[in-house]
Design a protein around this ligand. Structure first.
Ligand SMILES: Cc1cc2nc3c(=O)[nH]c(=O)nc-3n(C[C@H](O)[C@H](O)[C@H](O)COP(=O)(O)O)c2cc1C
Ligand code: SF4
Length: 493
C-alpha cells in the first residue's frame, strides 16, 4: 500500500431489538447445496488458533475452542486450515490419515452439543508447499547454498580475480560469507537471495522437484480422501482452501507459469482447482456441502484482480461448488522479511493488510473493504444464471454492516473472523436484542501477531476479564492469558 495510513474509528453500532433481529436477513436461512441449510447467514470463517497437538491431533483445547464458538450459534462455523497430507506439519490440525478421525468426531460432537445442532460445521482443507526459516548467513553460505560453476564464474568476475574459478570450496564459501552484500547480489541468483533473506520457499513452478511436478497428479486424490474423512467424522461439508499463500491459490495465480497445462493462461491455471473440486465431489457425494474459499484479488504485483476472480468464481459455480467464500491477499510475495530463525508469514505485507485489515489503514479504511470483490464474483455467478451463495469477510463487526451487505445483494452470507474471536457470543447477543453487550473487536491484530509466531491465539480483550488463579479458566502456555473467551450466559426466556 503506497497511500499514507491513518487510524480509523470503529463504525458506530446501532443494534436491533429482538423483533427487528428476528426479521433480519442476516438471521434468515441459507441453502448451501442440496442437503445443507444454514439456519442463519452468520458465519465464522477459518482461523488457526494453534491448539492442535504437535502431530496434528485434536486436543481438549481444540474442543474447547470450537465448543466456545458453537455456543454463539453461528449459522456456519469453519474449522481452521487442516492439512490433507500425512506428513509432519507441527501443531497444524490434520486430516491426512484415518487415525485423525476419532479426534475430528469429538470435535463434531462438541460443536453439535454447543450449538444444540444449529450450527453447520465445515472443515477447511489445505495443501501447502515447503517454506524454510530464514537461515543464519553462516549456515546459508556454509551448507545450504548449492555452489556450482556459475557461482564461481560470477564470483571471479565480481572480484576481478580468476583464481576463484578453481578455488577450494570451503574458501569460496567463507569468502562469500564475508560479503559485502553487493558480492552476494552479484553471485547469487534471485531465488538464492530470497533463500538467504527470507528462507527458501518452494513454488508451484518448481517442476524440477518431483514432489512439485506431481502436484496435479496427487492433489485431487489427497483432497478427495480428506473430504471423505471429514464426511466420515460427521462434518456437514468441507471448504477447499484455494486462498491466500498456499498451493491451490498459487496454481490460480498468473505467477504460475508451469508449462504442463496447469500454468500460464487462466484456463490452465483453473484446471487443477476444478479437478480437485470434481474429485472431492465424486468421493463425497452429491448431497454433501463442498465450498471453495479463494481470492477476489491477490493484491500483489503480477497477481490477478477482481475480473479474473469473477471468472474463476463463475467456473467454480458452474462446476458445482456449493458456496464461494471470497477473501483477499495474504501472500508470501510481499511478506515482511522475518527475523533469522523465523519463517516468513504471509499476512505481514500490503497483501496481508488486505486480508486482515487493521484500523491503521488507507483512506478507505478497514471496514468491509473487500465487499466489492464478493459483489463482483456474485454478479458474475448470477449473470451466468447460477444461485451459488457468495460469502464475504474482512472488517465486518456490526449488525448494520452485515444487514446492509445482504440488503444490497453484495453477498449471501456475512462472515466475521476477528469480531467472533473477540466475542463468540455476538451473533446470539444480537439475535436476542442484546447487541449493547457485544465485546467489539478493535482491529489492531494482537491475535494475528500471536498467529504469526505460532503461539496460542487469544484476544487481547479477553485478558481484561481474566482473574488470575481461577481454576475454571484454562491458561495459555505462558500462564498469562485465558485460552477461551469469558463466559456469557444468555438470559433464560
Ligand atoms: C488468527 C487468525 C487465523 C486465521 N486463519 C485462517 C485460516 O486458517 N484460513 C483462512 O482461510 N483464513 C484464516 N484467517 C483469515 C480470516 O478467516 C479472515 O478472512 C480475516 O481475518 C478477515 O476477516 P475479519 O476482518 O472478520 O477478521 C485467519 C485470521 C486470523 C485472525
Ligand atoms: S486481539 Fe484485537 S484484532 Fe484480534 S480479535 Fe481481539 S480485539 Fe480483535
Amino acid at each position: 500500500m503506497t497511500e499514507r495510513r491513518v487510524r480509523h474509528e470503529l463504525p458506530t453500532a446501532r443494534w436491533p431489538d429482538e423483533a427487528a433481529a428476528a426479521r433480519a436477513r442476516w438471521f434468515s436461512p441459507l441453502r448451501l447445496g442440496p442437503s445443507c441449510v444454514a439456519e442463519t447467514r452468520t458465519w465464522v470463517p477459518a482461523m488457526v488458533p494453534w491448539r492442535a497437538s504437535e502431530d496434528g491431533f485434536v486436543t481438549p483445547a481444540v474442543l474447547d475452542w470450537y465448543g466456545r464458538f458453537a455456543r454463539g450459534r453461528p449459522g456456519v462455523l469453519v474449522v481452521e486450515a487442516t492439512g490433507i497430507r500425512d506428513v509432519p506439519s507441527g501443531p497444524l490440525l490434520r486430516v491426512g490419515h484415518d487415525r485423525f478421525l476419532p479426534g475430528l468426531r469429538d470435535l463434531v460432537a462438541r460443536v453439535r452439543a454447543g450449538s444444540g445442532g444449529r450450527t453447520r460445521l465445515l472443515l477447511q482443507v489445505i495443501d501447502f508447499l515447503s517454506i524454510r526459516r530464514r537461515p543464519e548467513p553462516a549456515k546459508y553460505f556454509g551448507r545450504f547454498l548449492a555452489l556450482d560453476g556459475a557461482h564461481r564464474r560470477r564470483m571471479a568476475d565480481a572480484l576481478g580475480d580468476p583464481s576463484w574459478l578453481a578455488a577450494d570450496e570451503a574458501a569460496t564459501r567463507a569468502r562469500l560469507l564475508a560479503g559485502p552484500r553487493s558480492l552476494h547480489e552479484a553471485v547469487l541468483d534471485a531465488r538464492e537471495i530470497e533463500a538467504l533473506d527470507f528462507g527458501a520457499r518452494e513454488r508451484v513452478g518448481d517442476v524440477h522437484l518431483p514432489r512439485v511436478a506431481e502436484l496435479p497428479r496427487v492433489l485431487p486424490g489427497l483432497f478427495a480422501d480428506a473430504a471423505a474423512r471429514a464426511r466420515a467424522a460427521g462434518f456437514d461439508g468441507v471448504e477447499l482452501h484455494f486462498a491466500h499463500a498456499y498451493t491451490m491459490a498459487s496454481f490460480l495465480s498468473p505467477l504460475n507459469r508451469r508449462a504442463d497445462g496447469y500454468g500460464g493462461p487462466r484456463e490452465n491455471r483453473v484446471r487443477l482447482p476444478l479437478e480437485v473440486l470434481s474429485a472431492v465431489r465424486a468421493r463425497a457425494g452429491d448431497g454433501w456441502c463442498v465450498g471453495i474459499r479463494f481470492l477476489g484479488d491477490e493484491s500483489i504485483a503480477g497477481g490477478f484482480g477482481v475480473d479474473e476472480a469473477a471468472w474463476f468464481g463463475e467456473r467454480f459455480a458452474r462446476a458445482g461448488a456449493d458456496f464461494l467464500s471470497v477473501s483477499r491477499g495474504g501472500k508470501f510475495e510481499d511478506a515482511r522479511r522475518p527475523a533469522v530463525g523465523e519463517a516468513a508469514y504471509p499476512y505481514t505485507g500490503p497483501s496481508g493488510h488486505e486480508c486482515m485489515p487493521t484500523v491503521l489503514s488507507d483512506a478507505r479504511g478497514p471496514f468491509g473493504r473487500n465487499v466489492p470483490l464478493a459483489a463482483a464474483v456474485r454478479g458474475a455467478v448470477r449473470a451466468a444464471g447460477l444461485e451459488t451463495p457468495v460469502i464475504t469477510s474482512g472488517g465486518i463487526g456490526t449488525f448494520e454492516q452485515a444487514e446492509g451487505i445482504l440488503e444490497r445483494g453484495e453477498a449471501d452470507a456475512v462472515a466475521a473472523a476477528r469480531q467472533s474471536l473477540a466475542d463468540p457470543d455476538w451473533f446470539l447477543k444480537v439475535r436476542l436484542g442484546r447487541g449493547a453487550e457485544v465485546r467489539r473487536c478493535v482491529y489492531t491484530n494482537y491475535c494475528e501477531g500471536l498467529d504469526q509466531r505460532h503461539r496460542q491465539v487469544t484476544c487481547k480483550l479477553w485478558d481484561r476479564e481474566f482473574r488470575a488463579g481461577d481454576p475454571a479458566v484454562a491458561l495459555s502456555r505462558d500462564g498469562r492469558r485465558r485460552l477461551v473467551a469469558p463466559e456469557w450466559n444468555p438470559p433464560t426466556p
